[in-house]
Design a protein around this ligand. Structure first.
Ligand code: DLL
Length: 448
């Protein structure tokens, strides 16, 4: 109750934490250096894995003198988390852990994310900043359709929305028809889910003859998977809302690592908690601001599971500029894709999001697609399966071939790669309730 009344007073304000979010960059960096030293010492003293890796490189915590020294620290990868499953990287006794989330990923053992009470509090605050920047306010009716459970999306948003003091409707994901009924009955004003699930909801509503654009829904905060700017526009158009962004990963806390504001011009990173770098994914050399590469994060305040230089595999670039919204946190571009989803077709690097943008420019197809990669002799063959709009599909094989040829030519013209387009029937592609499966790699493992 105390929080609600405090935040109601903040309803007209732009920032959740004005002083912090608009702090001059030099001050943020000073704070980061202090926290980096503390984190390296915390990890060194409490986690044998980090102590070994730092000792191997001859680095002692008191050797960190500047932010640039971060480049001397060892990198951490997902396999390190798997090898230390479930709690080998935990820096506190398990009695101090009050929550564990986990992410299964696509292969192998899950990775775990333990939190102390203070970690949970920090995470909640990061989420509140994210939601506030998206325009979510205490008088919103908030439908949280991220999966609730081990996945960090559901509970992460739940905590942030509770801190803001919204009327929270924790639907979790799935049961799409019920999502739409509740949206109508309760007068939902804000929706939270993956972008692909937002599209599934929009499509089902159209089938049920419910015009979401006429409902009170006005904003959505979407994330957990790559989505192109074209997809953002598509969702905004179909739902009549502002589609805002949340970015994060289980290894760091979940959502709340980065967020966009109403300017929709890049993702602000919560820099008091996460130190971002871009490296060359092949050589691991740090890249200067503005260059595209792999995003690497070091946590600055996490107690249960500190993270030193975690390789996200997400490809983006960093920008240091004051945003039109006045926030000074460093920004990153919308995630281009994951390096492990990157395909090399006829020598060209291809991210699914690039194909997605091009498909969305063709009015005769639905924004439902899947990329299948096969071997054709020694070459990689990319098959773009995309659904034709119903009237196109029903118009017969000739029209279908014509549209498939149009899509092929568009992709060839814009990206210079030859793909085979398979115009599939409406509803052929499985509808997503969480993270959409966009790439099906049918190549033998040793030939990928
Ligand atoms: O997906 C946390 C999350 C939940 C973020 C809800 C946003 C909203 P993981 O399951 O560990 O955590 O997956 C992390 O998802 O490395 C990215 O590849 C991808 N990802 C997350 N947010 C975005 C985004 C959650 N906004 C992985 N844009 C990350 C693109 C994203 N990719």
């Amino acid at each position: 109750m105390a929080i609600k009344s405090r935040e109601v007073r903040k309803g007209g304000q732009m920032y959740w934490d004005e002083k912090l979010e608009t702090m001059p960059a030099a001050e943020i960096q000073k704070f980061q250096l202090r926290k980096l030293k503390e984190t390296v010492a915390w990890a060194y003293e409490r986690v044998p894995f980090y102590r070994r890796k730092l000792d191997e490189k001859g680095i002692k915590p008191n050797g960190i003198k500047s932010l640039e020294d971060i480049a001397r620290l060892p990198l951490t990868v997902k396999n390190d988390l798997r090898d230390n499953y479930p709690f080998g990287l935990c820096a506190v006794p398990l009695t101090e852990v009050v929550r564990v989330h986990a992410s299964s990923g696509t292969t192998g053992k899950p990775i775990t994310g333990p939190y102390t009470a203070a970690d949970l509090n920090d995470w909640t605050d990061c989420m509140a900043r994210n939601l506030w920047a998206a325009g979510v306010r205490p008088d919103d009716i908030a439908q949280n359709a991220y999966g609730h459970g081990l996945f960090t999306g559901g509970l992460g948003f739940h905590q942030g929305l509770s801190r803001i003091g919204c009327m929270l409707v924790p639907t979790s994901s799935g049961l799409t028809e019920r999502q739409i009924t509740l949206m109508k009955d309760f007068g939902t004003t804000a929706l939270f889910c993956t972008p692909s699930y937002a599209l599934t909801i929009a499509e089902r509503a159209e089938e049920l003859k419910v015009d979401i654009r006429k409902l009170p829904l006005r904003v959505g905060v979407f994330g957990a998977e790559p989505w192109s700017s074209a997809m953002r526009l598509e969702i905004e158009e179909r739902m009549g809302i502002k589609a805002q962004e949340a970015y994060g990963l289980t290894e760091l806390c979940g959502p709340g690592v980065g967020f966009d504001c109403v300017a929709q011009d890049g993702i602000h990173i919560n820099e008091d908690h996460f130190l971002a770098e871009i490296i060359d994914p092949q050589t691991h050399a740090p890249l200067p601001l503005g260059e595209k590469g792999e995003l690497v994060f070091t946590s600055l305040q996490r107690r249960a599971m500190p993270m030193l230089r975690y390789r996200t595999k997400d490809i983006t670039r960093l920008r240091r500029e004051t945003c039109r919204c006045g926030r000074t946190f460093i920004k990153m571009d919308k995630i281009f894709g994951r390096s492990d989803d990157m395909l090399i077709i006829s020598g060209v690097n291809v991210f699914p999001s690039q194909i997605e943008s091009l498909l969305l420019e063709i009015p005769e197809v639905e924004p439902q697609y899947r990329l299948v990669v096969r071997k054709k002799g020694y070459l990689d063959q990319l098959i773009v399966q995309v659904e034709g709009r119903k009237e196109i599909y029903d118009a017969g094989p000739e029209r279908r071939l014509q549209i498939a040829a149009k899509v092929t030519a568009h992709i060839k013209g814009m990206m210079g790669i030859g793909v085979d387009v398979d115009l599939v029937e409406p509803k052929f592609i499985n509808r997503s309730e969480g993270k959409a499966l966009r790439v099906v790699d049918e190549r033998p493992k040793h030939l990928r």
